[in-house]
Design a protein. Structure first.
Length: 333
C-alpha cells in the first residue's frame, strides 16, 4: 500500500480490506472489532446489544427509489439485522455544505423519519456541522444504530453443503446510481432496492439455529461478500448463475458499462448462509414478503482448500470470482 488514499480504497473490495487491516485494525486492535461483523456485538448484563455506524456520501443525493437520507437509515438498520438484532435507536450526524438549500435538507430529513418509522426505530440523538462551500459535496450523513440481538442468533461454523440464499434481485441500487452518474438517457424501471429489512427478522428468528451467517451485499456486491465468507470459513463456493435473481435490464446496463453485476451494490437485500435441510423452507417463507419475492438459493459451500468462489453457468462453464479489485461505481452509498 502506498502513502495516498485512492477512490478504490472506498469500494468495499480488496483495497478497502487492506486499508482496514493495515491502518484501523492495526491501531484499534481489539477482539470485538476484529470479528469484522456488520455490527459489533456487545455483552451487556444478561443480554447482547449490536452497535453499528456508517457514513453516506452517495452521488447524486436524490435517485430513483430513494435519497441519501433514506439510504442512511436503511443501511444502518440492515447492518443491525445482519447480526440478528432488532433495531431500536439511531443517531444522525450531518455535515452540510454552506449554501445548501434548506427545503432539500428538509425533504431528506422527512425521508429519514418516514423510513425510521416504517422500521419501528427512533432517531434519538445527532450532530450538525456546516462547512465552507466546496469542502463537501452538498451533504454527507453519518448514522449509528443500536439494536437488541434476538435470542439464539449467533455466527456458526459453516460446513460443505450449507446453502447460500439471497433475499431478492441483485445490483439494483448500484446500477441505478451508475445510470445517474453517467447521465444515461435510458428508459425503463430502474430504481434503487434501498429498503429496511426489519420485516424479515421476525420471520427468520424461528430459524436462528439454522442460519449460520448473514450479510447485506452493499459495497463490493455479492462477489465480495461471498469471498469474505469463503475466506473465513476455509471453504469454497459454487455459485450457480441460473439461480442468481437479476433482472435482464440490469444485466444489459452493466454489460453496456463494462461492469460485473456480481460486484454491484444492493441496499435492500441480505445474503444468508443456512443449513441445507431448511434452505428451501426458508426461501419459500421469504418469498411471501413483498421485498423478497425473488429470493432464491444461489449457491452452496464446498470443500476447497483454496477457498475459491466459482460461478457456474448453465453449460457447466466455470470462472473464478475474486474480491473486487480497482474502481467500480464511486460514491454509491
Amino acid at each position: 500500500m502506498d502513502n495516498s488514499i485512492k477512490l478504490c480504497h472506498g469500494n468495499g473490495g480488496s483495497q478497502t480490506e487492506e486499508l482496514i487491516r493495515n491502518i484501523f485494525y492495526k491501531h484499534f486492535n481489539n477482539e470485538i472489532l476484529l470479528q469484522g461483523l456488520d455490527s459489533a456485538i456487545l455483552e451487556i448484563g444478561q443480554g447482547r446489544l449490536a452497535f453499528t455506524t456508517d457514513t453516506f456520501v452517495v452521488k447524486p443525493i436524490f435517485f430513483p427509489g430513494g435519497n441519501i437520507g433514506k439510504l442512511a437509515i436503511c443501511g444502518t438498520i440492515n447492518d443491525l439485522v445482519a447480526v440478528g438484532a432488532k433495531p431500536l435507536y439511531i443517531s444522525c450526524g450531518m455535515i452540510i455544505e454552506e449554501g445548501f438549500d434548506l427545503d432539500i435538507l428538509e425533504r431528506i430529513v422527512i425521508s429519514m423519519k418516514e423510513t425510521a418509522d416504517l422500521a419501528g426505530v427512533s432517531i434519538v440523538t445527532g450532530d450538525t456541522k456546516v462547512v465552507e462551500k466546496g469542502a463537501v459535496d452538498q451533504v454527507f450523513i453519518n448514522t449509528s444504530g443500536i439494536g437488541r440481538v434476538l435470542k439464539d442468533f449467533s455466527i456458526k461454523e459453516i460446513f460443505p453443503g450449507d446453502k447460500i440464499i439471497v433475499t431478492g434481485s441483485i445490483a439494483e441500487h448500484g446500477t441505478t446510481i451508475a445510470i445517474n452518474q453517467y447521465n444515461l438517457n435510458i428508459k425503463g424501471d430502474f430504481q434503487s432496492d434501498c429498503a429496511p429489512l426489519t420485516e424479515i427478522l421476525d420471520y427468520l428468528k424461528d430459524y436462528s439455529e439454522d442460519i449460520k451467517f448473514m450479510r447485506d451485499p452493499t459495497r463490493g456486491g455479492v462477489a465480495t461478500v461471498l469471498n469474505e465468507i469463503s475466506k473465513h470459513s476455509g471453504l469454497g463456493v459454487n455459485l450457480y448463475e441460473k439461480n442468481i435473481p437479476i433482472r435482464p435490464e440490469i444485466t444489459a446496463i452493466n454489460e453496456l458499462l463494462g461492469l460485473e453485476p456480481l460486484y454491484i451494490a444492493s441496499e435492500g437485500r441480505m445474503i444468508l448462509v443456512v443449513r441445507e435441510a431448511k434452505a428451501i423452507e426458508i426461501v419459500e417463507g421469504l418469498q411471501r414478503f413483498s421485498n423478497c419475492k425473488n429470493a432464491n438459493i444461489m449457491g452452496e459451500f464446498i470443500e476447497d482448500k483454496n477457498h475459491h468462489v466459482i460461478a457456474i453457468n448453465t453449460f457447466g462453464g466455470k470462472r473464478i470470482i475474486t474480491p473486487l479489485e480497482g474502481e467500480m461505481v464511486p460514491r454509491i452509498c
